[in-house]
Write a protein that binds this ligand. Structure first.
Ligand SMILES: Nc1ncnc2c1ncn2[C@@H]1O[C@H](COP(=O)(O)OP(=O)(O)OP(=O)(O)O)[C@@H](O)[C@H]1O
Ligand SMILES: [Mg+2]
Length: 380
């Protein structure tokens, strides 16, 4: 059987004993020795041995106390302590176990027995550690998966409600529009009434866009999607974006021919729409406002790049912005600054990754950000 190498600390005040034990073990293990309990504790901290062979009768603090102190250290979880003593009485052995020892060896012993014990305990230590790491990894994965499932469910609920809510806005809007028209007959040329009519007509258009996009979007049918069409539609929809309307943004587009990608249209329109929305919102306070949207086909993948001249994102925040509910925007704002829920990027990432794609961010604080979506094209 293959031997596991390991670090062994031998604690005994008799030089001849540590010497004898060292000779038994030194072929297979890395050995350190200590002649007192104090020294043993010190070496344990620095050297972090896997197995400690600990004599009970030591000058100063005895073996039991050394064992207790070592067990109270943070690094002692997988450490194996074998106590060695001339005392054969049951109560001595029991005291050894009570102070945290894993085994008790009575002097004198056969070298083979010592070798066998060290080997067994090293193997045990190795297995326990592996099991512990596996368990931790399993815990991590279960937690991650649970969070993802909760998120996906939350997103689905939000999606279902949005269409309903927007639809319900139609009725009161009809009333506003009807009454605004009535007012315009009563007060022809009144600028407030005209503003009211313009605003409500605009609102109707936006609701119409959302509902028709929602119609296409509610379909969970697979089709061959032209991502340039998604980009064109999303740039069209920018007109309904209040920030795009309020602050002049220079829009530069460069759409190169793309192969079709099989998928659900909504996944692409929603995720790319979120990236464009973020870019526009990021620039609301900028001096230069330039939105660049590009598409290309490279290395068997569709690449979509959306860059802005906003404030950029700090290196340490780049990972966080994809976490659900991470946002730097208020939920609602008195002034006209952008608001947010922090779900935009989390849902975009989820949808793109479902197609084995990725979203990468390149950002220079103070200059702007670029979000790059890569979608592999499957060979069929
Ligand atoms: N283009 C960008 N430039 C600078 N910061 C950005 C950009 N895109 C995203 N961020 C940062 O990432 C955060 C998270 O974005 P995300 O789209 O997930 O949520 P949000 O935009 O805050 O809210 P919403 O749920 O309405 O999209 C933003 O609050 C913002 O701080
Ligand atoms: Mg957003």
């Amino acid at each position: 059987m293959k031997r596991l190498s390991g670090k062994v600390l031998i604690v005994d005040d008799s030089k001849s004993t540590t010497g004898a034990i060292s000779r038994i073990l030194e072929q297979d293990y890395i050995i350190k020795t200590a002649a007192s309990g104090e020294k043993a504790i010190e070496i344990n901290q620095k050297y972090d041995p896997d197995v400690i062979l600990l004599d009970v009768a030591l000058p100063g603090i005895d073996g039991y106390e050394v064992c207790r102190r070592i067990r109270s250290e943070n690094n002692s979880r997988f450490k194996k302590i074998i106590m060695i003593s001339v005392r054969t009485m049951l109560n001595h052995r029991l005291e050894g176990y009570a102070s945290g020892a894993d085994d008790y060896l009575v002097k004198p012993f056969e070298p083979e027995e010592l070798l066998a014990k060290v080997r067994v305990f090293l193997r045990l230590r190795h297995t326990e550690k592996e099991l512990y790491n596996l368990n931790r990894e399993l815990d991590r994965q279960v937690n991650l998966r649970t969070r993802q499932l909760l998120e996906a469910e939350k997103m689905a609920v939000i999606g279902r409600y949005t269409a309903g809510i927007v639809h319900n806005l139609n009725n009161p809007l009809q009333a506003i529009m009807g009454n605004a028209e009535l007012l315009s007959f009563r007060h022809p040329g009144d600028s407030s009434v005209m503003a009211l009519r313009r605003a409500s007509a605009q609102m109707k258009k936006i609701i119409g866009t959302i509902l028709s996009a929602g119609y296409k979007n509610n379909s969970s049918e697979y089709s061959d999607v032209d991502l340039n069409e998604v980009l064109r539609e999303q740039t069209e929809l920018l007109r309904a974006n209040p920030f795009y309307r309020r602050y002049p943004i220079r829009l530069i587009t460069e759409f190169r021919p793309l192969p079709l990608i099989r998928g659900i249209y909504f996944h692409f329109s929603q995720s790319i729409g979120n990236l464009i929305k973020n870019a526009v919102e990021a620039m609301y306070n900028s001096d230069t406002r330039e939105l660049r949207i590009e598409s290309a086909f490279r290395d068997n993948a569709v690449i979509i790049s959306i860059s802005d001249t906003g404030p950029g994102i700090r290196e340490e925040e780049i990972e966080k912005i994809f976490h659900p509910f991470f946002t730097t925007k208020p939920l609602s704002a008195e002034d006209k600054s952008p608001t947010g829920t922090g779900l935009g990027l989390a849902s975009a990432k989820e949808m793109i990754e479902a197609y084995r794609g990725s979203i990468r961010v390149v950002s220079e604080p103070g200059k702007g950000s670029e979000f790059i979506v890569t979608l592999p094209v499957q060979d069929s």
